[in-house]
Design a protein around this ligand. Structure first.
Ligand code: TXA
Ligand code: MG
Length: 341
């Protein structure tokens, strides 16, 4: 299949909308990561998304909308959903809501009686969805199991020849996927951490919000989880190790010439070997999240590189989402500092 490379011009957005209307798959930008779009009301089109990603059929998809009215026919908009929409939409929050009986394809929900909905911040994409005239499914535009794409070039790498178009609106800003909150559980429950934090959600809802991704909830296994959480994710082909910035000096003595490091600007300034392959995570948590997947993808494609060592971040705010994606990418591998030897 020939992939059309489209820009953020009116003409290109109109062409992307026509491709979606014809039942084709088009990758779109959001503020978090790039997504793979297709008409959520057309099973044949949705099937093409699963095929392009190599995604297991029991992992449900997000319905992505351009405005709030667009989702009303499909899901029950609860009072809590209204409060969260007012506070965080458009933005990096996906809500799980009860579907209106028979209104959403089983392919989209994976057979569940609930659906995930999100309105991204990106203006180009919202214009695209409004023009198309239907909600689009929007899983991240990576091959299943690989790090999510934060540039159109990443999408091209994974999807060239497999989808009809890619709309390029530059690099994404947040860099990790949206927060997923389940509003069908008795206690609203975070199924995936992201830029919208537990504290912010609690403040708006005025009730306790559970976090199913925290070790405590996983251990007691009470909360329902996003089906997607059971799959290995964000994993490059190379071995990834997480290191604590406190172990930086020790790590430096152990790096081989084929090992890459991903660390913040301040640490990289103290890198002793100027030839060590390195990737800057920037100067703060936001920049680290923005740069994480791009660095993993970059080193994955450098044949000489054997291992990738990535700095962990403080468990606050966006740091929780960053550390969660990094833990999955590394499969839990940690660099053991001198303390533990
Ligand atoms: O930031 C994002 O959310 C990106 C951009 C492109 O919008 N999209 C994205 O989609 O990350 P995806 O499909 O890769 O992740 C959606 C997550 C999966 O873990 C899936 O299992 C979960 O949401 N999910 C979808 N529908 C669900 C449902 N009805 N109940 C529970 N979890 C659901
Ligand atoms: Mg994904």
């Amino acid at each position: 299949m020939q992939t059309n490379y489209l820009m953020n011009t009116e003409e290109d957005i109109a062409q992307a909308a026509r491709l979606l209307q014809a039942g084709e798959v088009v990758a779109f930008p959001t503020e978090t990561v790039y997504g793979l779009g297709a008409d959520a009301t057309n099973d044949e089109a949705v099937g093409k998304v699963f095929a392009a990603k190599g995604r297991p059929a029991d992992n449900p998809l997000i319905m992505t909308v351009g405005d709030v009215e667009q989702i009303a026919p499909y899901v029950q908009i609860t009072d809590q959903a209204k409060q969260l929409m007012a506070a965080f939409w458009p933005g990096s929050l996906t809500m799980i809501l009860p579907i209106k009986e028979g209104m959403v394809s089983m392919l989209v929900t994976g057979g569940l009686q609930t659906a995930a909905i999100r309105m991204p911040e990106n203006e180009v994409t919202r214009a695209l969805i409004r023009q198309a005239g239907f909600p689009i499914v929007g899983p991240s535009a990576n091959t299943s199991g690989k790090p999510s794409p934060t540039t159109a070039a990443h999408v091209k790498h994974d999807m060239a020849g497999k989808i009809a178009g890619i709309v390029d609106d530059g690099p994404t800003q947040v860099g990790v996927e949206s927060t997923v909150i389940d509003l069908t559980a008795k206690t609203p429950t975070i199924l995936r951490t992201g830029a919208v934090t537990q504290e912010e959600l609690q403040k708006v809802l005025g009730v306790e919000v559970a976090d199913a991704t925290s070790t405590k909830s996983i251990a007691d296994d009470q909360a329902p989880k996003a089906p997607g959480m059971k799959y290995r994710h964000y994993a490059p082909d190379k071995d990834v190790y997480v290191f604590d910035p406190l172990d930086w000096d020790d790590l430096q003595t152990k790096l081989g010439e084929n090992d890459a490091v991903m660390a913040d600007e301040a640490l990289l300034k103290q890198l002793k070997n100027a030839d060590q392959p390195s990737w800057s995570l920037g100067e703060n948590l936001n920049q680290a999240s923005e740069n994480l997947f791009a660095g993993l993808r970059f080193f994955d494609d450098v044949p000489e590189i054997e291992k990738i060592y990535v700095e962990s971040m403080p468990e606050i705010g966006l740091g929780k989402a960053y550390n969660n994606r990094l833990a999955k990418a590394s499969g839990g591998r940690l660099f053991q500092g001198p303390e533990s030897e």
